[in-house]
Design a protein around this ligand. Structure first.
Ligand SMILES: Cc1ncc(COP(=O)(O)O)c(C=O)c1O
Length: 402
């Protein structure tokens, strides 16, 4: 049977993911020999208190008669209330239950937002580089993504304004700006407070919705930053939250905070697709928040990842010459710009095959060729020893390539 003649037109927008190919290659090679992998985007399993989760989940299953049944699509009411309080306590954004919808991670939140807002041909502004899964997902809905550069203090908001102005003057539809202001994946930067304010002003001037991806908002190593939602007085920020990066990516609990009318619409399209997020895990997260255990888990994660980040920067300073990078104030990644003559996909392949070190080439995160010599390094899933050993090998490979 040949399916291809039956596919929807959207399948034309699907492009092969070089990251998926790399990930299968990493697992293939790891089965045969030890690989130091800087390719992940996940918390260190050693930091996740699985014993605590096991005890809470046992309580949930014993005490909550309906914990193995469907919950309301929008989430169990106590978790929605807990997330509304979390938004206020941790983000300084006053929220109520009706403004929260619980999702299967930030990933589902991003997908639902794409479904609701994007018509084929709509122009959507994203950072260049941006999170590759959002790029792939929204292109599937037919978005024309327009990239605006990221500086060491986040999105170039002046440039964003001129890009929006010129698109509008050509009669294009521009609806959304998608940004990862804190702990950017993959750029490893944090947007300054000044730029956050400015972005909201620009969005207001051109009547744009801002999708704020807060996946890394709680992994900040220096200073503190208010989310974009804090500066928004007009309800134009749609906030995507996730507990993945602190509590664990496998829990699959995220949320959207938005105006009630949008939450109602989200509910209507989410229900037929998933019924609800996994109910025992909704209860687990609700109890973690209610018992105020999040602080402790987050504190341990932040301390551990700060140490690892510092080790990675020290190792890069010492062992890798002729490259550029920032010390990230938050998140899980350092983006390294290799000498311009190096193609990072080729580099990543040889690094893996010859030196058993895995990195993610930056190219798929960019909408143009400007990232073809960049690599993304994760510092949270590796041990301190692996950081030194792996970065040393990157240094050797860079010398060999240059
Ligand atoms: C920027 C960003 N947004 C969203 C996600 C989605 O994470 P999850 O679906 O686990 O919440 C990720 C995961 O890597 C991410 O890096």
């Amino acid at each position: 049977m040949d399916y291809s003649s039956k596919y929807s037109y959207r399948v034309n927008y699907v492009r092969p993911s070089p990251i998926r190919t790399l990930v299968s290659k990493i697992s293939e090679i790891s089965a045969a020999r030890r690989v130091i992998s800087f390719a992940a985007g996940e918390p260190d399993p050693g930091v996740i208190p699985r014993g605590l989760y096991a005890r809470i989940l046992a309580e949930v299953l014993e005490e909550e008669e309906k914990s193995c049944n469907y919950s309301p699509t929008e989430g169990i009411p106590s978790l929605r209330r807990a997330i509304a309080s979390f938004m206020e306590d941790y983000e300084g954004v006053k929220s109520v239950e009706d403004e929260i919808i619980v999702t299967i991670g930030g990933s589902q939140a991003i997908d639902l937002i794409g479904k609701i807002f994007i018509d084929p041909g709509d122009h959507v502004i994203v950072e260049n580089p941006s999170y590759v899964n959002t790029i792939v997902n929204w292109e599937f809905y037919g978005a024309r993504l327009v990239g605006v550069g990221v500086e060491s203090d986040g999105l170039n908001v002046d440039r964003l304004e001129s890009v929006v102005k010129s698109l509008l003057s050509e009669g294009r539809r521009v609806k959304l700006v998608y940004t990862i202001p804190t702990g950017h994946n993959p750029a490893g930067v944090v947007m300054s407070d000044e730029k956050r304010r400015h972005l909201i002003e620009v969005a207001s001037r051109y009547d744009l919705i801002v999708v704020e991806d807060g996946a890394y908002n709680h992994l900040v190593y220096e200073g503190s930053f208010k989310p974009l939602s804090y500066y928004d007085k007009e309800g134009r920020v749609v906030y995507v939250g996730s507990f993945s990066k602190v509590l664990g990516t496998g829990l699959r609990i995220g949320w959207i905070r938005a105006r009630r009318e949008l939450v109602e619409l989200l509910k209507a399209i989410k229900g037929p697709s998933d019924m609800c997020a996994p109910v025992p895990l909704q209860h687990l997260v609700e109890r973690i928040l209610r018992k105020r255990l999040f602080d402790e888990i987050k504190k341990k994660a932040v301390e551990e990842y700060r140490r690892k980040r510092d080790a990675m920067i020290e190792a890069l300073d010492e062992y890798v010459q002729g490259v550029a990078y920032n010390k990230p104030l938050g998140g899980m990644f350092v983006m390294v710009r290799l000498p311009s003559s190096i193609d990072s996909e080729e580099f990543a392949n040889i690094l893996l095959e010859k030196y058993s070190v895995a990195v993610v080439p930056g190219k798929p995160f960019y909408l143009d060729d400007s990232g073809k010599n960049t690599i993304r390094l994760n510092f949270t899933m590796v041990s301190l020893g692996e950081i030194t050993e792996g970065v040393k090998k990157i240094g050797v490979a860079v010398r060999m390539f240059s």
